[in-house]
Design a protein around this ligand. Structure first.
Ligand code: GLN
Length: 478
């Protein structure tokens, strides 16, 4: 039987499985065939798992009994930093080559318990540092829409796996934009949940106070299903909170929302003119749907990037200290212990990872701690307060997701500052711990190719529903 994966959403596949149009085994086989065929050119997957068909068979048993969870039998991909017991998990790094997960993370456990079919682990920037998936130890991932371009990062493989038809949905992690930016560059919906909405247990830590696992879907409805499957309190992650936790009351369904637009940020230099024009057109469409548009002043949000690139490397340098060539993965033998550390870390980590470890160690060192780290933490608090105040008068804040459409492979990799600017619109959600979504909102033409661009919405903590409502509104206006 031939199943056209390219247009198949999770919502449609779940219906078809229940109507017995096809089984999970048939669906999984079709997805695996596509994944294997396309992976040679795209490199979305570090590994396509051998046991996916066995999971599909289990899912079919559960579906036959009726009352199966909505993700039962649905082929999905996970990022290479999400632990899955018995499977290799490397965070895209040479230093973890051959590392087999000793347990599954909570998100993965929840997917398995609802009988989702985990197809494989996807390529990512090393330890999730990057915006292009070019720093992956398995080689760069290509954007399936135009293979001369990057898919975004760091969860570029998770985005590409869905676009190329190698999964119906996927999960990534977002520390400063790593779900939303690739979603934008690949034409998908990507959600960074509220900090504390999804357990980080079994997610390899990058910057623990920013990291969140979240989904990629072809539609807002799919992203919502994937989010619902993994969210909720987990005793293994004390930062997670019980269901339904929110400090603010959501507007009743059907009521129009107030959308805040930080005009001065959007007018900043360095933002692609077409991206800006496209954003304004989408906002106009939302206005004509009856939503209220309000210009908001967020002077501190422009400092987010500076704050992020101090706190994030600081936390990363501490988290990555455990990779010492002794306990995990790659190790270089030497006579002295210090040489084992130096050689293993020097060779096992790539350039960007070493750069951030150096930066992070520097801002945490005696004498600079107050000048950099403490100051950044204080400004972080001010940014949180600024956003908190903003959400008293608006339901969501809208911006473009990224300042440019998918760029060429190699275009920014040699210039870290150019790469870091990719995060200008996304990092503030991580700094404040609030949720953010990117939804496809129009296209721009580059070299004759129509490239997708995303619109980002942020909302107050635990107001993901407002994001889904806005996402649906954009879907309806296109
Ligand atoms: N691009 C950002 C960085 O390099 C975000 C990474 C992420 O969200 N994991 O830090």
């Amino acid at each position: 039987m031939s199943i056209d994966i390219s247009k198949l959403t999770i919502t449609l596949a779940a219906k078809a499985l229940r109507a017995k149009d096809f089984s999970s085994k048939e669906l999984t086989e079709a997805v695996l065939t596509e994944a294997k065929a396309k992976n040679k050119a795209i490199n979305a997957y570090a590994e396509i798992f051998d046991d996916a068909m066995a999971l599909a068979a289990h899912a079919d048993d559960m579906l036959a009994k009726g009352d199966a969870p909505i993700l039962a039998g649905i082929p999905i991909a996970i990022k290479d930093n999400m632990l899955y017991k018995g499977h290799e998990s490397t965070s895209g790094s040479k230093i973890l080559r051959g590392h087999i997960a000793a347990y599954s993370g909570t998100a993965v456990e929840r997917l398995l318990s609802c009988r989702a079919v985990i197809i494989g682990r996807t390529n990512m920037d090393e330890f999730a540092m990057g915006s292009s998936t070019e720093t992956c130890s398995y080689g760069p991932v290509k954007n399936p829409i135009d293979t001369t371009r990057v898919p975004g990062g760091s969860s570029g493989g998770s985005a590409a796996s869905v676009v190329m038809g190698g999964a119906l949905g996927s999960y990534g992690s977002d520390t400063g934009g790593s779900i939303r930016q690739p979603a934008s560059l690949c034409g998908l919906v990507g959600l960074k949940p509220t900090y504390g909405a999804v357990s980080r247990s079994g997610l390899m830590s990058l910057a623990s106070s920013f990291d969140q696992i979240g989904p990629f879907g072809k539609t807002v409805a799919d992203a919502q299903l994937l989010f619902d499957a993994v969210r909720g309190h987990d005793p293994m992650d004390s930062t997670t909170v019980p269901e339904g936790h929110s400090l603010r009351k959501a507007k009743p369904l059907g009521e129009k929302l107030t959308i805040g637009v930080p005009e001065s940020l959007i007018a900043t230099d360095g933002i692609d003119e077409d991206v800006r024009a496209n954003f304004r057109a989408q906002i106009a469409a939302l206005r004509s749907q009856g939503h209220t548009i309000k210009n908001i002043d967020l002077p501190l949000i422009a400092r987010s990037l500076a704050v992020y690139y101090i706190i994030m490397p600081a936390e990363a340098s501490a988290n990555l200290a455990r990779f010492d060539g002794i306990r995990y993965g790659f190790s270089k033998e030497a006579d002295k212990l210090i040489e084992v550390y130096m050689n293993s870390r020097g060779e096992g980590f790539g350039k960007e990872t070493r750069r951030r470890i150096l930066l992070g160690t520097y801002v945490l060192s005696a004498g600079y701690y107050d000048a950099y780290y403490n100051k950044a933490v204080a400004v972080r608090r001010m940014i949180r307060d600024e956003l908190d105040r903003a959400f008293e008068s608006v339901d969501v804040i809208a911006t473009p997701t990224s300042p440019s459409p998918a760029f060429k492979i190699g275009e920014k990799i040699a210039n870290p500052l150019k790469m870091y600017i990719e995060d200008i619109f996304t990092v503030s959600a991580n700094i404040a711990g609030v949720p953010g979504i990117s939804v496809p909102g129009g296209t721009v033409i580059r070299d004759g190719v129509s490239l997708p661009v995303g619109i980002q919405f942020m909302a107050a903590a635990f107001q993901e529903d407002a994001l889904f409502r806005m996402g649906t509104a954009i879907e309806q206006s296109i």
